[in-house]
Design a protein around this ligand. Structure first.
Ligand code: APR
Length: 307
């Protein structure tokens, strides 16, 4: 496995580190537009190999030729949010960056899979899909795993029960109108509604929706990266191990859930071919309406793209 990570900032460098430490690749290539940053971070990471016990080469570079024939490319290049900004505010600047990055990826790794991380997530995944010309199963985005991880963490804090025993799924676009599915949230199979009152659950859902913003407010100079990189690497791992994981990811919709011609977070089977299947779970009217509203929001942003 050769895995490239584009963008050697907070999310990209942390993702590269997790990929190396989890031994998911023989070669990890870290790319950035700024000279010296990927080289320095890559070498520093490689020098941790004797201690962490991994054998991957970690190459930092400004040259996409070094990414040639990657099996997976993770894209984190672009601007991150500052306080007061929504993910949508990043749209036009990041669309330009993702367009140029995708052209280089498609040139050097025409068979690769692209995992998008740059925000606004679903819109940037669309840009990579259109610019690459790849089949949609090979271009997908990370959002739902992160949103679900935040939701599960808040539920664990509330209940004082291990996060490992909390199962949940957050669907929709990666914005404040995301759709955490309370009805499908369980604690070792027990519906969470038996353990937490409806009002308190709504508060937890709301905290999840603005979970990214909560971190931005604390950091002031950027956005979250530990949980985003962990979520991204869970997807990388599913592809590398052909694990057939059922995870929420941003996928190209062609009528599933009554939605088409947009990316949005839905349950998918992730394996060696990327998004191998979209799993159409049953939604009630309220859940379906929320998913449609969220997907329509993504669609409006796609329509407003200037690239
Ligand atoms: N090509 C390659 N790298 C680029 C380019 C480009 N055209 N433009 C910018 N970059 C690099 C920057 O130099 C920087 O190192 O992308 C990196 C972004 O890193 P950070 O500013 O630390 O941002 P980060 O927190 O990693 O977030 C990156 O992921 O979660 C999303 O919303 C977040 O869109 C943001 C992205």
């Amino acid at each position: 496995m050769k895995i490239s990570v584009i963008g050697a900032g907070h999310v990209g460098a942390t993702a590269a580190q997790r990929i190396a430490e989890k031994k998911l690749a023989q070669e990890v290539v870290l790319v950035d537009i700024v000279e010296g940053i990927p080289q320095g971070k890559g070498l520093d990471m490689w020098e941790s190999a004797p201690i962490e016990g991994f054998d991957a080469k970690v190459i930092g570079t400004n040259d996409y030729a070094d990414t040639a024939n990657s099996d997976i490319v993770v894209v984190t290049a672009g601007l991150a949010r500052k306080p007061g900004m929504s993910r949508d505010d990043l749209r036009d600047k990041n669309a330009e960056i993702i367009k140029s990055v995708t052209e280089q990826i498609a040139k050097y790794s025409p068979q690769t899979k692209i995992i998008m991380v740059t925000n606004p997530l679903d819109v940037m995944t669309y840009v990579a899909y259109k610019v690459s010309g790849f089949e949609p199963n090979r271009v997908f985005g990370q959002a739902g795993i992160l949103d679900t991880a935040r939701y599960r963490t808040f539920l664990s804090m509330e209940l004082g029960i291990s996060v490992r025993d909390i199962q949940a799924m957050v669907l929709g676009g990666h914005g404040d109108d995301m759709v955490p599915l309370i009805r499908y949230t369980t604690v070792s199979g027990i519906p969470v509604t038996q353990m937490i009152s409806r009002d308190r659950l709504e508060e937890i859902v709301q905290r999840t929706r603005v979970g990214g913003g909560e971190i931005v407010k604390y950091l002031k100079t950027g956005s979250a990266y530990y949980a985003p990189s962990a979520a991204t690497v869970e997807m990388v791992e599913a592809v590398v191990h052909d694990a057939k994981r059922l995870l929420p990811c941003s996928a190209w919709l062609t009528g599933q859930f009554g939605i088409s011609d947009t990316y949005a977070g839905v349950p998918v089977i992730l394996g060696k071919d990327g998004v191998e299947k979209i799993v159409e779970i049953e939604l009630n009217d309220e859940e379906r309406a929320m998913l449609h509203a969220s997907a329509n929001h993504v669609k409006e942003n796609i329509a407003a793209l200037k690239i």
